[in-house]
Design a protein around this ligand. Structure first.
Ligand code: OGA
Ligand code: NI
Length: 441
């Protein structure tokens, strides 16, 4: 076994790892002595986890560089990435440097791949036509975890005005936005840049205004005046579409069409209005790093700039903007409940020299922690059999939230440690361990 490398600064500790089959926790610090502790059977694995190349972004060659101070000053400005640009900045600060994972396949995407496009127009015309749509949704959810929907019922003027409203919010005077700036994830309406700014190894090129509708629609009084009416209207429309898609997804799983709706999958919405400003050095950062969504399902509205990519068969495939379409993706909870019939896949957003790009993500699930309940999610019993045993243990919403907030933007789904069947192989899959890594302070 090799000793833990000497320069601790560039290493992370692993926390709350639940190894199978014993399910005991390992808490490690990056010192050789703790590595020699009681978990000796896991030492190979632990050593592997030692070095994370992206940490080099913290030491950019200048020993006087104080990343924490830079991040704090950025947050204190309460003006986000757009504020940096407005101040005349032409080189991106090093706190935004993202090192792409060297293990990741970065070969250009195969142009033969394209995200499925599903037309919802005919779902009420006849049961035969509905079945065809359900088949398409099943196939897209199994193979891609992503698809675009057209003729989905959300009026085009509502979508256009939602994009304009989000743009108006971000482009209004800084002083008007500042009162909304907050890191309190329990606030129903808040503006921020980078949700895990103080945790992540790198910040990314995006500002956000978020709205929680849980379980009731938003109180218009709480919404910023520049986008009040449209956010309210969009939330109503996107929830209605969410219910329709949950029905189709339930049918695609062979369940009663109200199954997911009855589980309250469409009860809580978290809407994020994202602003990706133009980026002077787009190769040094990302709009959003690789991640999976941790909810049931996400519906995305994007403008015509593009930049969203999905990892499919180890290639980054563009999700091309399409007039009138909405992008749907399966979240981690639905992967867990469907026992991997549906997949929650990695995606990211490139930074671009052109911009701003506006997108609106609607997460079906409440991302605040205040309502952490004992609600349990697990593989749907009706889908299990001797041939299809559960791949995950049941998990409470509280645990999901804790896992979600404990993980940095390190690109892995919190599902991995919940998976009992795959624990064994987990020991050998390097990349998976990042889900449990927290910065070493
Ligand atoms: C997200 C996300 C994509 C986009 O917010 O989780 O994946 O295009 N957004 O903004
Ligand atoms: Ni996402």
């Amino acid at each position: 076994m090799k000793p833990w490398p000497e320069n601790e600064q560039n290493y992370y500790k692993i926390s709350s790892f639940h190894p199978c089959p014993k399910r005991k926790k390992i808490f490690l610090s990056p010192t050789f002595s703790s590595l020699q502790g009681t978990e000796s059977q896991n030492l190979d694995l632990l050593y592997f986890s030692a070095k994370f190349p992206f940490m080099e972004s913290e030491s950019v060659g200048d020993s006087t560089y104080d990343r924490k101070a830079e991040v704090q000053a950025f947050d204190d400005s309460k003006t986000g990435v757009k504020g940096l640009l407005d101040s005349g900045m032409t080189k991106i600060p090093s706190m935004f440097y993202v090192k792409l994972d060297p293990l990741e396949n970065t070969k250009p995407s195969d142009s033969n791949f394209s995200i499925p496009i599903i037309d919802l127009q005919d779902i009420y015309k006849s049961s035969l036509l509905r079945c065809q749509v359900v088949d398409q949704i099943r196939s897209a959810s199994q193979k891609w975890g992503f698809f675009q929907v057209i003729n989905h019922g959300v009026p085009k003027d509502v979508m256009d005005e939602m994009i304009s409203g989000i743009c108006r919010f971000h482009e209004q005077e800084a002083e008007l936005k500042k009162p909304f700036y907050s890191r309190d994830s329990n606030k129903k309406v808040r503006y921020f840049s980078n949700s895990k700014l103080f945790r992540d190894y790198a910040a990314t090129w995006r500002d956000t205004i978020s709205f929680v509708a849980n379980p009731d629609l938003l109180n218009p009084e709480q919404l910023p005046a520049v986008c009040r009416d449209i956010v309210f209207e969009y939330a109503k429309q996107v929830r209605a579409l969410g219910i329709i898609i949950f029905e189709l997804l339930s049918e695609a799983l062979g369940l009663n069409s109200s199954y997911l709706k009855d589980m309250d999958a469409a009860e809580a919405l978290h809407i994020m209005g994202n602003y990706y400003p133009h980026c002077p050095e787009p190769d040094l950062t990302l709009g959003l790093t690789k991640h999976t969504d941790f909810d049931f399902m996400t519906i995305l509205l994007q403008d015509q700039i593009g930049g969203l990519q999905v990892l499919h068969q180890n290639q980054w495939v563009d999700v091309p903007p399409m007039q009138g379409a909405l992008v749907v993706n399966i979240g981690d909870i639905l992967q867990l409940m469907s026992n991997d019939k549906f997949v929650s896949v990695y995606h990211r957003v490139k930074a671009k020299t052109v911009g701003p790009r506006i997108s609106v993500t609607t997460f079906f699930m409440d991302l605040t922690t205040s309502e952490c309940t004992s609600q349990v999610y697990g593989p749907i019993k009706e889908l299990l059999s001797d041939e299809n045993p559960p791949l995950y243990r049941d998990v409470t919403r509280k645990e999901i939230m804790e896992n979600y907030y404990a993980k940095g933007l390190d690109g892995n789904s919190y599902l991995i440690p919940l998976s009992s069947a795959r624990c064994q192989s987990m020991f050998n899959v390097h990349i998976n361990f990042r889900v449990l890594i927290i910065p070493y302070n």
